[in-house]
Ligand binder design. Structure first.
Ligand SMILES: NC(=O)c1ccc[n+]([C@@H]2O[C@H](COP(=O)([O-])OP(=O)(O)OC[C@H]3O[C@@H](n4cnc5c(N)ncnc54)[C@H](O)[C@@H]3O)[C@@H](O)[C@H]2O)c1
Length: 416
């Protein structure tokens, strides 16, 4: 049965879930269809996702589609305890407590796997990883899975390349209606929201160093510039670095940026992007935040090793005193700051990501018999359908190709 922080929070959670629902019209429409058609009837689905109001709406849609749902947190700090309580109260087994330790985190992953799911839904590939390393006997029961984030997809593609991935998985992250909006506009806004809530800083005039100019980094850089910050980008990919330069951002190595930044934000999916040699040259008062999936982007052990002491000066703000009197501030213990110190992405963005998730779950439920043990892209028609529904809910119409245009665009014979 569920393991949550406090079941008395259920009413508050329900109200917040309903608020998110009012901003998720696409998922609402899918949920209504699922309730009629029951495409997931009889299937047990184990989800490992951030336990937020938006995720709760996805759980409700899948449940109404006929699935037996269980949910575990995909990060020890991202759980919204009132949402967990509301879901548990609605009969969706939920294993998530904000601030849970590592052992509890894995105990919770194992609890959802104990339900013997046939479909897994991951954000960071932790269920897949536990199944492939510790619960191999169970893998043959699983027909397919889905994956929500970049870091998870990277791990899964690596597993497929090494020939060790034992069931098909849809890379929901990589589909345009997810990655172009959630990773960019969602991460951009919610990360700045998390840092603002934790610190109450003014962004205008600050030197903000964004490490990584992928989908997340692009969103963050433009949002930070919009608030009046002077943005510096660091990259390891020449094309991305060039793009950032053309966008008008200063680009330089982190070793140089470390000396001049006021706020550092990592969003790379990589490890040790900010490390000891960088902490050693940072300005007094520098703020460090990570919004990449795992808490390895900022080398926390390296920071602890050079600190003379530390204390929590505000919620989610840990001060590290360095020997020479300088202080640096690590937010949310180096975990995704937008989910730990704020609420994650706005519902209106997650509406599309979770519409992709719901429709991908339906797709694998229908097609798993013919799928191979590899990573699949979300079928294009699902992506188009999500975009079409979203535009419709926004009241926006677009043009259609005329027959002549269709002929022209599919022909190579016409020229000057
Ligand atoms: N916080 C959230 O809610 C949220 C949302 C979406 C994605 N994510 C996570 O954010 C991370 C990035 O996702 P993305 O979609 O932007 O990925 P991406 O692959 O589009 O971008 C990552 C970028 O980081 C760069 N990079 C790698 N190592 C670097 C280093 N040492 N220094 C500087 N740059 C480096 C890469 O070249 C790449 O351009 C992933 O871990 C992903 O799972 C978090």
């Amino acid at each position: 049965m569920s393991d949550i922080a406090d079941k008395k929070l259920a009413d508050r959670g329900r109200m917040r879930i309903d608020w998110a629902e009012s901003h998720m019209p696409v998922l609402r429409e899918i949920r209504a269809r699922f309730a009629k058609e029951k495409p997931l009837k009889g299937l047990t689905v184990a989800a490992c996702l951030h336990v937020t109001t938006e995720t709760a709406n996805l759980m409700r849609a899948l449940r109404d589609g006929g699935a037996t749902m269980t949910l575990a947190a995909s990060n020890p700090l991202s759980t919204q305890d009132d949402v967990a309580a509301a879901l548990a109260d609605e009969g969706i087994e939920t294993y998530a407590i904000k601030g849970e330790d590592n052992d509890t985190y894995y105990k919770h992953l194992n609890a959802v796997l104990d339900t013997h799911p046939v479909i897994t839904m991951d954000d960071g590939a932790d269920l897949v990883s536990v199944l492939h390393s510790q619960r191999e006997k169970q893998i043959d029961e699983i027909v397919a899975g889905t994956e929500e984030t970049t870091t998870g997809v990277i791990r899964l593609r690596q597993m497929a390349a090494e020939g060790v991935l034992r069931y098909p998985i849809v890379a929901v992250n990589d589909t345009p209606t997810k990655r172009l909006f959630d990773n960019r506009w969602g991460t951009g806004q919610s990360t700045l929201d998390g840092i603002t809530r934790a610190t109450n800083i003014l962004w205008a005039s600050k030197v903000v160093v964004i490490c990584g100019f992928g989908y997340g980094g692009r969103g963050l850089s433009t949002r930070a510039r919009g608030l009046g910050a002077q943005v510096i980008v660091t990259e390891v990919d020449a094309v991305k670095a060039l793009e950032a330069t053309m966008e008008g951002f200063r680009v330089m190595p982190i070793a140089d940026a470390a000396r001049i930044g006021d706020i550092f934000i990592t969003v790379t999916g990589d490890r040790d992007v900010l490390r000891r040699e960088h902490f050693e040259v940072m300005k007094d008062g520098a703020i460090l935040a990570n919004t990449g999936h795992f808490d390895v982007e900022i080398d926390k052990p390296g920071l602890v090793a050079i600190a003379k002491g530390s204390r929590e000066v505000r919620d989610h703000v840990m001060e590290y005193a360095l020997g020479d009197g300088r202080r640096v501030y690590l937010l949310a213990d180096g975990r995704l700051v937008n989910l730990a110190a704020a609420e994650g992405h706005p519902a209106v963005v997650m509406d599309m990501s979770f519409a992709d998730q719901a429709l991908s779950a339906e797709w694998v439920a229908k097609n798993h018999a013919t799928l191979e043990k590899r990573v699949y892209d979300v079928p294009e028609d699902i992506d188009r359908e999500v975009a079409r529904l979203k535009l419709a809910t926004l009241g926006i119409e677009i043009d259609a190709l005329t027959p002549e245009q269709e002929r022209y665009l599919s022909s190579w014979r016409e020229g000057t």
